[in-house]
Design a protein around this ligand. Structure first.
Ligand SMILES: Cc1ncc(COP(=O)(O)O)c(C=O)c1O
Length: 391
């Protein structure tokens, strides 16, 4: 047999899936590994999808997506950020934010290019960069509360830098950036020619202050790709609707990659997305209120357990430091799963700068979170007792 793509061997099954796949082997297990809402999608979304099917809306759409959907995305974006993206030529609808990220990276990367990732980082970027024969440069954000700064971004840029990917609010840390923090980073990046990819898939999931976007800075408009979607905001991970916003020139090229990748997003999903964007504001608020209560609960329990932890300001993850128990986060998570049937994600899955931490998702029910905290607490107490007995 001929060889495979040489870069395929650099890619592993993500830590989130490795642990989620193990959960089923344990009766009475609790799964805090996956980033999806415990809420069901709203009725008006499902009705729009069902009606689309009944009306035989099952043919290909425009490659960029239904114009009505692009108009809804444009309005939704403008309402939140007072920034206009033209539905005709500055928006492409993709199969989730995931395909949007893939399309962008394949549009801009040549072998040997370097992409900067503030880290700990979402685990979906590095494999795509490596498959393109490119290199990742991680920027350590652990000493700045998981936020990149103008200084460390500036230091990371080299001649080979093609792009930098931001993800705020962040998976896995729950960190967000303020308007001023984005402004100081924009200052460093404008006029460098480096592409800025901002993955704002958790833009609706913020708890302490308004979400600000890189798109609010006109000086970087020509080098900016904004990725967003409905998976997290509207509890629609299975509908697979995401989108990319950029300039007409860049969207044209991204659309070409998207076209060869998947032609278009499933048509009933697009109709569901139109309804979600038009009718979803109240439900977003209700879900966020529930996540906020869960965030407050889990943060306070983890603090009481004595684990160092940043308060998540967005997304639905909390990322405590467990290195006082075990510096190897994979070993820690395996022991936790085996002894307490609690599945969480090892921090190392989010790059070497996540090592020593674990990621817990609080998008599930309050009951599950309470029980998960009881199990984690018991596990830590037993750990301490075992160590004391060995001394
Ligand atoms: C940071 C981040 N970006 C993108 C995605 C992919 O989302 P989608 O379902 O829109 O493909 C995820 C999913 O967990 C994510 O956490």
């Amino acid at each position: 047999m001929k060889s495979l793509n040489q870069y395929i061997y650099d890619i592993e099954v993500p830590g989130t899936r490795q642990f989620a796949n193990k959960v089923d082997q344990y009766a009475n297990s609790i799964d805090l590994t996956l980033g999806q809402s415990g809420f069901e999608p709203a009725e008006y979304i499902k009705e729009a999808m069902i009606t689309a099917i009944q009306d035989n809306k099952l043919r290909y759409t425009h490659n960029k997506g239904l114009l009505e959907l692009r108009e809804a995305i444009s309005k939704y974006t403008f309402d939140r950020h007072q920034t206009y993206y033209n539905p005709e030529n500055e928006i492409v609808v993709t199969n989730g934010g995931s395909e949007g990220i893939d399309d962008i990276l394949r549009t801009i990367l040549n072998p040997g290019d370097e992409v900067i990732l503030p880290s700990p980082t979402y685990l979906g970027y590095e494999p795509i960069i490596k498959l393109a024969g490119c290199n990742v440069k991680l920027v350590d954000t652990t000493s700045t509360k998981f936020k990149p700064t103008a200084t460390n971004v500036k230091q990371a840029i080299t001649e080979d830098t093609k792009a930098i990917i931001f993800n705020y609010p962040t998976n896995p840390t729950g960190t967000t950036l303020t308007y001023e923090e984005i402004a100081s980073i924009v200052n460093v990046l404008e006029d460098t020619g480096v592409y800025i990819i901002t993955d704002e898939i958790y833009s609706e999931n913020v708890y302490d202050h308004k979400h600000h976007s890189f798109m609010e800075f006109p000086s970087i408009r020509n080098q900016l790709f904004v990725v967003n979607g409905l998976s997290k905001s509207h509890a629609l991970t299975g509908a697979r609707v995401g989108y990319v916003l950029s300039t007409p020139r860049l969207i044209e090229e991204v659309t070409t990659v998207h076209l060869y990748n998947s032609i278009c997003v499933a048509t009933p999903s697009q109709y569901g997305a139109i309804s979600a964007l038009k009718n979803g504001n109240e439900d977003i608020k209700k879900m966020n209120q529930a996540y906020l209560e869960r965030r407050n609960y889990i943060y306070s329990r983890i603090q009481k357990m004595g684990l160092p932890v940043e308060k998540p300001e967005g997304a639905f993850y909390i990322f405590p430091d467990v290195s006082q128990y075990n510096k190897d986060s994979f070993a820690f998570c395996t022991q936790l799963l085996e002894s307490e049937q609690l599945a969480v994600v090892p921090g190392k899955s989010f790059s070497e700068f996540g090592e020593g931490h674990i990621r817990l998702s609080f998008a599930c029910t309050m009951q599950e979170i309470k029980e998960a905290c009881n199990r984690l607490q018991r596990f830590l107490e037993n750990y301490k007792n075992k160590e004391a007995n060995m001394e």
